[in-house]
Design a binder for this molecule. Structure first.
Ligand SMILES: *Cc1c(COP(=O)(O)O)cnc(C)c1O
Length: 395
């Protein structure tokens, strides 16, 4: 069967996909697991008869698998439609809890799911304290502590930065916030499946994760709500998700997320060793072959899969086009802001000049990348950067 559309599709065999912080390839084992719930197992998980209960059991299993990966109890896992929903829901819940607590503390380097939501809340009259970062992309914990006030509703700080991979000391931050009797949320969308997380040992109240960043389909996420933390639902209706998120569950995607979490758990060691090695090999190769290339952000506290690099004398928009022609997918800033002329807010917050921020590219790896792809990318990179510099010189 020949599909006219398919002729326009990229042949994925020639694609070198180095944009795994934007989204990831769905693991075939995940597809296998979800397929029956798109075909014969279509019962409503809330129905009382066995045809529904069977589906309800699949939800339970998925909930257990998610809980196992992040070290919490299954009852603390709420399935949502995406990481953005989870993040919005945690912040909104905190604001609804106590009328006298309407102040929010966050950072200048959050994903737009938090950043734009807080900007909107600020326009609606909520006070927001934006914590800055140093040149490595780290926040100052004393500054964080001082920012917390008696009227603070919630502190929200991401676990791992999607652009630079920089890791914040989340357990330490959670301790500080707890001592002040304030709620703490972390956007862990980029951390889950890449580094081990154990919520049982933490003072975190809320945590967000997203399926499509860990080899599951798009459009499913989780909000972890600690069992001792009160929660005000965002979606109101049926009693699904223990009354915390109404709406009939997206069963196939939730089953997929459960499987993706199980596989991610088995691969944590692989992330720390094999994926890290691919990233390091690429980064070292680029730095040795290309003059005037620099790593952006803390290389000590960083995800194993991410490399954010600045190349003197280039413009990232042009670089993305040339790399695309060479079948390499990567990004400048975050995918959500690509196409806009603004330099990355994360790199700007780190004190990088506009010029250097606009000369930066993010490469993010996954267990589906290969050594051969890294070698091929290392052949292409010096040519592309050289060409861009020659064009810039001529102009
Ligand atoms: C991708 C991402 C999100 C948003 O998740 P969606 O499921 O796409 O809504 C939020 N935070 C971070 C850090 C992300 O990388």
């Amino acid at each position: 069967m020949v599909c006219a559309l398919c002729q326009n599709h990229m042949k994925t065999s020639e694609l070198i996909y180095l944009d795994n912080n934007a989204t990831t390839r769905v693991d075939p084992a995940v597809v296998d697991e979800m397929l029956p719930y798109l075909t014969e197992l279509y019962g409503n998980p809330s129905s009382g008869y066995r045809f529904g209960q069977q589906v309800g059991k699949a939800l339970d299993k998925a909930r257990e698998r998610v809980a196992h990966l992040i070290g919490c109890e299954p009852g603390e896992v709420i399935f949502t439609s995406c990481g953005t929903e989870s993040t919005n829901a945690a912040i909104n819940s905190a604001l609804l809890m106590d009328r006298d607590r309407q102040h929010i503390v966050t950072t200048r380097v959050e994903h737009s799911a938090t950043l734009k939501h807080c900007e909107t809340l600020a326009k609606q009259g909520h006070e927001v304290t934006w914590l800055g970062v140093d040149e490595k992309g780290q926040i100052d914990l004393h500054e964080l502590e001082k920012a917390i006030r008696p009227d603070t509703a919630i502190v929200t700080v991401m676990w791992a930065n999607n652009e630079t991979g920089v890791l914040f000391p989340i357990h330490e931050i959670a301790e500080i916030v707890r001592k002040k009797h304030v709620l703490f949320h972390t956007d862990a969308v980029q951390a889950v499946g890449k580094i081990p997380l154990n919520l049982a040992e933490s003072k975190i109240n809320f945590l967000s994760l997203s399926g499509h960043k860990l080899h599951c389909p798009k459009g499913v996420g989780v909000l972890y709500v600690n069992k001792r933390t009160k929660f005000a639902p965002y979606l109101i209706g049926g009693g699904q998700e223990n009354g915390k998120r109404a709406g009939t569950q997206n069963v196939p995607s939730i089953v997929a997320l459960g499987k993706a979490c199980e596989v991610a758990g088995h691969n944590l060691h692989h992330e720390k060793t094999v994926v890290r090695k691919l990233r390091d090999e690429f980064e070292k190769g680029v730095l040795t072959q290309i003059e005037g290339a620099h790593v952006n952000g803390d290389t000590e506290h960083r995800l194993p899969n991410t490399s954010n690099l600045a190349f003197e004398g280039i413009d990232s928009e042009g670089a993305l086009m040339l790399l695309d022609q060479n079948h390499i997918c990567c990004s400048s800033g975050s995918a959500c802001t690509t196409g806009s002329v603004h330099a990355s807010h994360v790199l700007k917050a780190m004190g990088l000049s506009d010029e250097r921020a606009r000369a930066s590219l993010r490469f993010s790896f996954s267990r589906f990348n290969t050594h051969a792809e890294v070698e091929k990318a290392l052949e292409i990179m010096p040519k592309v950067i050289g060409k861009l510099r020659r064009i810039a010189m001529a102009a």
